[in-house]
Design a protein around this ligand. Structure first.
Ligand code: ADP
Ligand code: MG
Length: 348
């Protein structure tokens, strides 16, 4: 073989090798792209439902199960918990029964768990979170959207205050006793618990499922977007419209809850009376207009957000970081306060 021919053969071999190499790269890239698009937006299934008096949006993607089946189970679970813990209008709910029993009652494990958890948060927040304000909440008309809203008389508030307060709730394993005629209202924590349970069900059906549940701004993450990106979550502007936000946070896991004075309220002579009560006064809490908490579980974020709303910017709220939570408060003057560590969630 001539020297020039040998050179040609070598050249051809190199060209063929390069072509093979390039095709391998393209096939590989093709697979990666296909996997990403196949997990892309089309794979997410969304459903809205009305639970806990609010719009609940469930967004799920799963490669193992039909997302519709997962969403069915999640919504069923949230509705079960909603009716189980409804304090006022469901005579068969466990809370209704407790509230209308003068003796100690033995409850199921889940009920004992949620009441105990509530009392834990009462103690942690110097009573700002109080699950035994049922009589006051009924008096203010926040037991149902249909109840007529009117300003109670000061003596009515004093009367209801006497029959309120978490110190009157005694739990001994599964035995619950309500003293002094107090009524339980777990409205500040039950929604968070229900959403956590729904997420747990989604994970049980497919441990790699992703998506989130948004229950009127209280959000728990099932898994990151397309398995890899954090979800971008807007924090509502308490004095803006439903679409206006004061900031965004990015979450790949965990939960975020916001308590605001714009969710349920009525006005008398220009003064806003809303649904989060200060257990010390019996009147709507005034130290904040919005409180947001990020935590691992929504049950914790929900209770802590309600407490932070009552406390305003307070050393107890700064102490939330000690139990792995972060908080952001907006006070009545529009000032914003954040725990150290909150800003880490504001970066993508
Ligand atoms: P939302 O349900 O609007 O997200 P929250 O989580 O703050 O808001 O819960 C408010 C509900 O909690 C009220 O509707 C009432 O049922 C109950 N609640 C009101 N004040 C308190 C309080 N100080 N501590 C615990 N629960 C409260
Ligand atoms: Mg709450």
């Amino acid at each position: 073989m001539r020297k020039a021919d040998r050179k040609d053969v070598l050249k051809n071999r190199r060209v063929i090798q390069s072509l093979i190499f390039l095709s391998v790269i393209f096939v590989f890239l093709g697979i990666v792209l296909w996997r990403n698009t196949s997990r892309g937006s089309t794979a997410y299934v969304e459903r809205d439902d009305f639970i806990f008096g609010t719009l609940v949006r469930v967004v799920v993607a799963s490669e193992k199960q039909d997302p519709e089946t997962i969403i069915d189970a999640m919504i069923q679970e949230m509705k079960r918990i909603e009716s189980k813990f409804h304090p006022y209008h469901n005579g068969s709910s466990v809370i209704f029964k407790l509230n209308h029993s003068s003796k100690a009652m033995t409850v199921d494990e889940e009920t004992a768990f949620l009441i105990s958890k509530s009392l834990y948060y009462s103690k942690l927040t110097a009573g700002a979170f109080d699950p035994a304000l049922g009589r006051l909440i009924k008096l203010w008309g926040f037991d149902s959207p249909d109840t007529e809203k009117k300003l109670p008389k000061p003596e009515e508030i004093q009367e209801a205050l006497k029959a309120s307060g978490y110190r009157n709730v005694k739990v001994n394993v599964k035995e619950v006793l309500l003293e002094n005629g107090v009524w339980l209202d777990l409205g500040g924590i039950a929604k968070g618990y229900a959403v956590d349970q729904a997420v747990r069900i989604a994970k049980r059906m497919d441990e790699n499922a992703t998506g989130f549940v948004d229950a009127g701004g209280d959000i728990a993450i099932i898994g990151p977007k397309f398995g890899q990106y954090p979800w971008k979550i807007g924090i509502r502007d308490p004095r803006g419209g439903p679409q206006d936000i004061v900031g965004v946070v990015y979450l790949s896991e965990g939960a975020i809850a916001t308590s605001g004075d714009y969710e349920r309220y009525f006005e008398v002579e220009g003064i806003r009376y809303h649904h989060i009560l200060d257990p010390q006064t019996g009147y709507p809490a005034r130290k904040a207009i919005s409180a947001t908490v990020i935590a691992k579980k929504l049950v914790d974020a929900d209770a802590l957000a309600t407490a932070a709303f009552v406390l305003g910017w307070h050393k107890i709220v700064e102490g939330f970081v000690g139990i792995g939570a972060q908080a952001m408060i907006i006070d009545a003057e529009g000032n914003t306060f954040k725990t150290r560590g909150f800003s880490a969630y504001e970066k993508e």
